[in-house]
Every structure is written in C-alpha cells, then in structure tokens.
Ligand binder design. Structure first.
Ligand code: MG
Ligand code: MG
Length: 248
C-alpha cells in the first residue's frame, strides 16, 4: 500500500530533508583530496544531531555509519573508513535523517579535485536523469513514467542504470512502497496521486549495469569496476507538480 501524506506531514518531511540539503552544503567544501570518509562521517553525524535529528542509516540492518560513502567504482552502501579521498575520485554520499517521526533521504556524487571528462559526463547524466524523473512525478502520471524518463536520459548518453537497487516511497519508514526502478515502460505502474512521497535515485554506471557486493556485506561495486554515480532527492507529488523536499 502506498501511504499518502497530508500537507502537515509533508511540511515535516520538508524540514527533515532540508537538514540533509544543509548538510551537503556544509560538507561540500570539505570534500577535497586528503580527507577520509570517516572524517566526513563524523562531521555528518554531529551536524544531523545538532539539528535535532538522528542519522537514519546508522544501525539500519546493522549499517555502522551515518553516511554511505561510495567512491569511484563503488555504487552504493560504501562504509566510511580511513581511505583518504584522492584528486580525480568521484565520491557518492548518501544520507538520511529521522526528524519528528519522518525520514529524509538524499544522495549526491561529488568531484574530488579535478576529475576526468568521462566522470563529469557520468555525473551530469545522472543528475539530469534525476531531474527528468522528478519531472514525471505529477498526479495522473504512472509510476514507471519516472523510471522510463531516467532510463532514457542515461542510455541515450551511453551509460547504464543499475537494476539491483531501486528508489522507494518514504515517510514514517525509510523504505515504503512503492519500489521505483530506474528502468521501465512509460504508461505502466501505479497511478501517481497527490500526497505520495518518493525517493527517486538513479544509480548510473559508466559500463555494465551489473553490480557485485564486496565481502563487507554492504559495498556494491560495478562488476566491471567502471565508475558509478548516484543522485537522489526525496519529493512529494502535489497538485502543483513535484515538490523537491531535499533542497535548501
Ligand atoms: Mg539514499
Ligand atoms: Mg533512498
């Protein structure tokens, strides 16, 4: 069942997600060669707690950290550690918070120093796919109109969409129905209705869409070790169109 939210609930979700947008603004200047993902993680946890919220991922199914930090060929669910970021890396940071009973969830891929033009194209394509996907999130459209829009942008630029992980509904739980694949057929899937709150999150690989899970049980990497990017916004479907919750 897809749980609809009223305006008051959406207003709280907006606050929960705004904390994450502020966090990204805070972290961005720190994402430089030499910093470790563990240092970023510590900073993120302090920031979230200082905004009267709780890191949503820490402890979720045993995940040990506030951030998922996925570098280069890592797709999602990377665990922060002592590996320093290097010039030319791309660093995907995925983070959520629990605030007044509601979850937020958002992700971005950052360039560390100067990155290759291929990496820039990959990040641009992923962000553009997210924008196009969000654009389909209007009442009366079908859910997989979002998926099809994402897939079209990605594949037209010669990249591939990850199949094994999907976007999701979000609210009083971090993962609610529906699942939102980043591939699909236009005009199919449940009808979108006002009050749906969705985390749309294209994960895009430069090579094959296939992924593997590392021995840590969490980190997903591209099967061919090609680069991967990830952008995610939580949004609300409203009569005025899609409302991005995870923005400043
Ligand atoms: Mg996320
Ligand atoms: Mg998510």
């Amino acid at each position: 069942m897809i749980i609809l939210k009223n305006q008051e609930e959406i207003a709280v979700m907006r606050e929960a997600n705004r904390i994450i947008a502020l966090l990204f603004q805070h972290l961005e200047p720190m994402i430089q060669p030499g910093i470790t993902t563990e240092e970023l993680d510590r900073e993120a946890e302090l920031f979230i707690r200082s905004h009267n919220a709780v890191p949503a991922f820490k402890g979720y199914r045993g995940f040990p950290a506030t951030l998922c930090t996925s570098i280069n060929e890592e797709v999602v669910h990377g665990i922060p550690g002592q590996r320093p970021l290097r010039d030319g890396d791309i660093a995907s940071i995925d983070v959520g918070a629990l605030y007044k009973g509601f979850y937020s969830d958002s992700a971005r891929t950052f360039a560390v120093g100067s990155v290759s033009s291929k990496a820039q194209d990959l990040m641009k394509a992923t962000e553009r796919a997210l924008t196009e996907g969000i654009g389909q999130a209007v009442p009366g459209n079908h859910l997989f109109d979002i998926s099809a829009a994402v897939q079209e942008v990605v594949e037209s630029r010669g990249f591939s969409v990850v199949r094994d992980f999907v976007g999701h509904g979000i609210g009083r739980s971090m993962h609610e129905e529906p699942q939102i694949p980043n591939f699909g057929k236009k005009g199919t899937g449940p009808l979108l209705r006002e009050g749906m709150t969705l985390a749309i999150e294209p994960m895009v690989n430069a090579g094959t869409w296939k992924v593997l899970i590392l021995k840590d049980g969490w980190t997903a990497v591209t099967a061919d070790r090609s680069l991967s990017a990830h952008f995610e916004h939580s949004i609300a479907v409203t009569s005025n169109g899609p409302m991005i919750l995870s923005t400043l």
